[in-house]
Design a protein around this ligand. Structure first.
Ligand code: FFO
Ligand code: ATP
Length: 204
C-alpha cells in the first residue's frame, strides 16, 4: 500500500478512536460551544442558504446548528449520497422524523434532490471531517465525496464565480494535529475550521 494511504488509514482510526474516547457528555459540550461560535460568524449570520450535514456516529452534532438556522429563516440543504459516492442535495424541512435512510448509515431528506451543482450557490458549506491540517486540508471518512464537492467549489472559484464559504466542524485536538504525510494530492482544503475554542481561517 502506498505510504500516504497507509498513513491515512492509521490517522482515520486514531481520530475515530479519540472521538469515541471523549464520551457523550464531552462531545455534546464541545459541539454546543462550536455551534454557538459558528452561528455568530458573519458567513452564517448573513447566509440565505447553508449546506450542512446530518450527524453520524460520534461526529460533532449539527442538529442545534441546523435548528437555529431554520429559525432564522435560512434554507438548509443536506447531502444525499449517490451510488458513486458523489453528493446530491435536498432541502431539510425541519422534521427529523421525515429523514430517510440515505445509505452507508446516512440520513437524507425525503424531498426532491436538487442536483450536485446546487451546493455551489449556497452561502456556506459545513463540512464533516475527522481532522484538518494546519493548512486547512481535510481528512474525511474515505468516500471522497467532499473531495469532489470541494474540487467543484475550487474550480468555480477559479472561473470567478461566487462560491460558498467552507468550514469544517471539529473537536479540540483535531485541528493542526494531522500529519502532512497522511495527505494525498486530491485532498482539498477548507476555508475555515471551527472547534469549541476557536474558529480558524485558512483562506479569505
Ligand atoms: N454526517 C455525514 N454525512 C455525510 C458524510 C459524512 O462524512 N458525514 N459523507 C462524507 O463523505 C457522505 C457520506 N459518505 C460516507 C462514506 C463512507 C461511509 C462508510 O464508510 N460507511 C460504512 C458503513 C457505515 C454504516 O453503515 O454505519 C461502510 O460503507 O463500510 C459512510 C458515509 C455524505 N454524508
Ligand atoms: N475529485 C474527485 N473525483 C473523483 N474521485 C475522487 C476525487 N477526489 C478523491 N476521489 C477518490 O475518493 C476516494 C477516497 O478519497 P479520500 O480518502 O481522500 O476520502 P475523504 O476525503 O476522506 O472522504 P469524504 O470526502 O467522503 O469524507 C479516493 O479513492 C479518491 O481517488
Amino acid at each position: 500500500m502506498p505510504d500516504q494511504i497507509l498513513e491515512k488509514a492509521t490517522a482515520r482510526s486514531r481520530f475515530v478512536n479519540d472521538r469515541r474516547a471523549l464520551g457523550n457528555r464531552e462531545r455534546a459540550r464541545q459541539a454546543r460551544a462550536a455551534t454557538l461560535r459558528l452561528l455568530a460568524d458573519p458567513h452564517l449570520t448573513t447566509a440565505d442558504t447553508v449546506a450542512a450535514y446530518w450527524p453520524l456516529g460520534s461526529e460533532p452534532d449539527t442538529r442545534a446548528l441546523i435548528g437555529t438556522l431554520l429559525e432564522r429563516g435560512v434554507r438548509v440543504l443536506l447531502p444525499v449520497l449517490l451510488a458513486d459516492r458523489d453528493l446530491d442535495w435536498a432541502r431539510y424541512d425541519g422534521d427529523p422524523d421525515a429523514l430517510r435512510d440515505g445509505g452507508a448509515g446516512t440520513r437524507r431528506p425525503h424531498g426532491t434532490t436538487l442536483g450536485t451543482g446546487v451546493v455551489l450557490r449556497a452561502a456556506a458549506l459545513i463540512v464533516p471531517a475527522l481532522a484538518v491540517t494546519a493548512d486547512g486540508v481535510r481528512l474525511g471518512r474515505g468516500g471522497g465525496s467532499y473531495d469532489r464537492v470541494l474540487a467543484r467549489i475550487a474550480a468555480a472559484r477559479e472561473s470567478g464565480r461566487q462560491t460558498p464559504w467552507t468550514c469544517a466542524l471539529l473537536y479540540e485536538g483535531e485541528l493542526g494535529t494531522l500529519d502532512a504525510a497522511a495527505v494525498e494530492p486530491h485532498d482539498r482544503p477548507v476555508d475555515a475550521a471551527c472547534t469549541a475554542s476557536e474558529l480558524v481561517t485558512f483562506r479569505g
